[in-house]
Design a protein around this ligand. Structure first.
Ligand SMILES: Cc1ncc(COP(=O)(O)O)c(C=O)c1O
Length: 396
């Protein structure tokens, strides 16, 4: 059976982590994989998560399957959390949520749903986008096309080009947008830009599909939800993929949700019925543990407050590190203006280095980042920032 199967190259990002771990240089810095890390390089468990797990350990009395769409109290809390409890689409009964194995599970299920409605249809993704969007969307059967997004020269969104491309997207296509903390560029749409994209979506009739993987890690929970909330007020149909990996620190528990908004409650129910049917044919039932933790945190005001405080501290640290790197590079007279790092949001920025420069940083300075020069800001610290800035300047 498997004689024709050839060994594949390892995943480039996971290979980078392995190379970092083997490096014996005490000054080595890991800016590769996209996970949050604290000052000591550890990806911590949220205190709110530990408290919820203690509660859950006492309360859980069975391991029997949960409902096909997941815990109803988790789904309703997540919809209110994403869109706001008073959102008109929520009040009109037009939104449904299905718990998924992480944000990837949500992106895949959303893509499968689009493929059910329009087999072999087209989805437009930003150039660049997170590398894993490509297999998640295309393995569902969708064709992928790109719209211009980030201009590497100005280190900012080329909004004019983006909008001009969206103006030509046919009504039967879908368009993938990043809710906040764009991966890999860190360049997010402003409110005015969200408004303009929404207006184009309404006029052209394409389906917006918003990937929300860093809710609360950009400017705040409400601020980061502006795009999905505004779009859900204006468009007829919407899909959101939500990940609880980063903002709840639940990575390995695989917690996330795919949310679908229909024209009315009947259409939303039809979408829901297909989502659970698709899941049944892939992995059948959603993992329960991470979703149970999210359910407890979102439904208990005291736990919620503990979680929000931790999330805020995390976001503030990321933004402090952004400023620290930009300032350190400027103070050391870097020949390139890196002030864009301070303005961008989330875990990532693209330094704008070429492959050879990235390779030199790895080989000569033991600084590890993805070939595109995407850096994980959480890997920076006041202790390593001078060495990092000196090394970047050395390869420029
Ligand atoms: C843009 C984007 N979407 C979705 C995800 C989903 O991640 P997970 O499946 O671990 O929740 C990630 C994680 O890195 C991401 O960066």
């Amino acid at each position: 059976m498997f004689e024709t199967i050839q060994k594949l190259a390892p995943d480039p990002i996971l290979g980078l982590t392995a190379a970092y771990e083997q490096d014996s240089n005490p000054r080595k810095i890991d800016l590769g994989a996209g996970v949050y890390k604290d000052e000591s390089g550890v990806t911590p468990i949220f205190e709110a998560v530990k408290m919820a797990e203690d509660l859950w350990h006492q309360r859980e009395n069975s391991k029997v399957y949960i409902a096909q769409a997941g815990y109803p109290e988790c789904n309703s809390a997540m919809l209110a959390h994403m869109f706001g409890a008073e959102h008109p689409a929520l009040k009109a009964g037009r939104l449904r949520s299905v718990l998924t194995p992480g944000g990837c599970g949500a992106v895949r299920l959303g893509a499968e749903l689009i493929n059910r409605a329009r087999p072999g249809g087209t989805i437009w993704v930003s150039s660049p986008t997170w590398a894993n969007h490509v297999p998640l969307l295309s393995n569902a059967g969708l064709k992928i096309r790109e719209y211009p997004y980030y201009d590497g020269k100005s280190h900012a969104i080329d909004f004019e080009a983006m909008l001009a491309a969206l103006e030509k997207v046919p009504a039967e296509d879908a368009v993938l947008l990043h809710g906040c903390c764009h991966n890999p560029t860190g360049a997010d749409l402003s409110r005015e830009q969200w408004d303009a994209v929404t207006e184009t979506a309404v006029r052209r009739g394409f389906l917006p599909f918003i990937d929300v993987a860093y809710h609360g890690l950009g400017d705040g929970l409400d601020e980061d939800a502006y795009g999905p909330r505004h779009m859900a007020e204006k468009v007829n149909e919407l899909v959101v993929a939500y990940s609880c990996s980063k903002n709840f620190g639940l990575y390995r528990e695989r917690a996330g949700a795919v949310m679908v908004m229909g024209r009315d409650a009947t259409a939303a129910d039809a979408g829901l019925s297909h989502l659970v049917n698709i899941a049944r044919g892939i992995y059948s039932m959603a993992p329960a543990h991470g979703a149970a933790i999210v359910k407890l945190i979102l439904n208990d005001p005291a736990l919620y407050q503990v979680w929000v405080n931790e999330l805020n501290a995390m976001r503030e640290r990321i933004n402090r590190l952004r400023a620290l790197l930009a300032d350190t590079l400027a103070r050391k007279n870097a020949p390139v203006d890196f002030s864009f790092i301070r303005q961008q949001r989330g875990l990532f920025s693209l330094l704008g280095l070429d492959k050879a420069q990235v390779q030199r940083l790895r080989e000569e300075f033991s600084i590890y980042m993805v070939d595109s020069s995407r850096v994980n800001i959480a890997g920076i610290s006041p202790k390593n920032v001078d060495y990092l800035a000196d090394s970047i300047i050395a390869v420029l």
